[in-house]
Design a protein around this ligand. Structure first.
Ligand SMILES: Nc1ncnc2c1ncn2[C@@H]1O[C@H](COP(=O)(O)OP(=O)(O)OP(=O)(O)O)[C@@H](O)[C@H]1O
Length: 361
């Protein structure tokens, strides 16, 4: 495997990147994830449909003795896109080169990578939607014709020198396929959307990781961690490591439901996977604003956070969980939010707030 050294540093990490339940990789994850990655499709847990379809694509390419079609993987961070790209390379018996959209700011950066690929190599381009426009246009031709035009010189004297490339497989990853321009999207032979994992699937991920990390865990312990992992294997693996520490220090090492629950209580990750920030937003919405509607800026001031942090870090999961809704009139809490925090919603008068129309009297 070859990591491109132009990959971005973590200095521009988004707000909330250091949260225990954040979906992006932190330094510790990066070190441990290599050991925990499934090595082939059979080991890859869940995502049945994607696995089945990809298996067919790869088998067919192998049978033809050809390079696999370009693959586009879309889905939230931490669901296994990098892992799957490595599996594609392993299943094809091909080397892999890993880079990302933000690292490719000039077409020349991309030309340098493409021209050094070996025949059949897998090029994993994470955050492909963040590539620069000129690089993106160069990629169209490379994907379709295995050729690039390298422009030498500037202005009227500039000349395009065609450069033949060996056949390769591009695996592009993006959090949102909708952000890709259609000409780029259309050049992928196979597109897979990765879903959040069901709790039972996360339990399997946790048992597998526990085996690799030599951690003792029973079925209820794994279920307890899975329920708090926000549908994301990366978070499941991270919580498992924190619970392992607790079990070692405070108990005999075995992770049971009780130990997992106590440990995650210490780390302020609740039974549904909400952390302190999530609960602060919900609590403010319920206790200070009666469940809303309230504007984003007001809500952010109330919890002492930036607007962006509330909007981009806390809200997506709260919305996904059906605890908060974004409406044109502001943020509102759902009945599930009141129930989750053990609070009783105020009674609304007929003809009162718009919330009544949404959730009944
Ligand atoms: N289906 C799976 N089965 C077992 N482990 C998984 C699975 N998917 C992901 N993991 C584990 O979760 C961690 C994160 O996975 P990975 O790095 O592939 O996610 P990603 O989608 O590429 O995230 P990002 O977009 O942030 O790079 C890894 O340790 C990986 O082993």
């Amino acid at each position: 495997m070859n990591w491109d050294d132009t990959a971005p540093s973590t200095e521009d990490a988004p707000a909330g990147a250091d949260r225990l339940v954040g979906p992006d990789a932190d330094g510790e994850d990066t070190a441990v994830e290599a050991a925990l990655r499934p090595k082939d499709l059979a080991e890859f847990v869940g995502q049945e449909r994607v696995r089945e379809q990809l298996d067919l694509v790869l088998r067919a390419a192998r049978a033809r003795g050809a390079t696999a079609d370009h693959v586009l993987l879309s889905g939230a961070p931490g669901l296994g896109k990098t892992t799957l790209s490595m599996i594609i390379a392993a299943e094809m018996g091909a080397p892999i080169r890993i880079t990302s959209g933000p690292a490719i700011q000039h077409a020349g950066d991309l030309a340098a990578i493409l021209s050094s690929l070996q025949e059949g190599e897998v090029l994993f381009l994470d955050e492909i939607h963040r590539m620069s426009r000129p690089a993106e246009e160069m990629l169209y031709m490379a994907m379709e014709d295995f050729r690039v035009d390298v422009i030498v010189g500037k202005g009227p004297g500039a000349t395009a020198i065609p450069l033949e490339l060996p056949p390769f497989t591009l695996v592009g990853a993006t959090t949102r396929a909708g952000l890709l321009p259609p000409p780029l999207r259309d050049r992928f032979g196979f597109t897979a959307h990765m879903e959040f994992y069901a709790p039972a699937e996360l339990e399997r991920v946790i048992h597998r990781s526990a085996g690799l990390l030599d951690v003792e865990i029973d079925a209820d312990g794994a279920a307890e961690i899975a329920g708090r992992s926000r549908g994301t294997p990366r978070i499941a693996n991270r919580l498992l490591r924190r619970v392992r520490d607790y079990a070692q220090v405070k108990a005999d090492g075995l992770i049971t439901r009780e130990i997992a629950s106590q440990a995650l209580g210490v780390y302020e990750v609740d039974a549904r996977g909400l952390d302190r920030l999530d609960r602060a937003v919900l609590t403010a919405l319920l206790k200070l604003f009666g469940g809303g509607p309230v504007g984003l800026s007001t809500l952010a001031v109330a919890v002492g956070e930036e607007r962006e942090t509330v909007e981009e870090v806390a809200e997506p999961f709260l919305v996904r969980e059906g605890l908060l809704a974004r409406t044109p009139r502001g943020r509102i809490a759902t009945p599930a939010a009141w129930a989750h925090l053990g609070l009783v919603p105020p009674q609304h008068q007929p003809g009162g707030s718009g919330q009544q129309g949404l959730f009944g009297p």
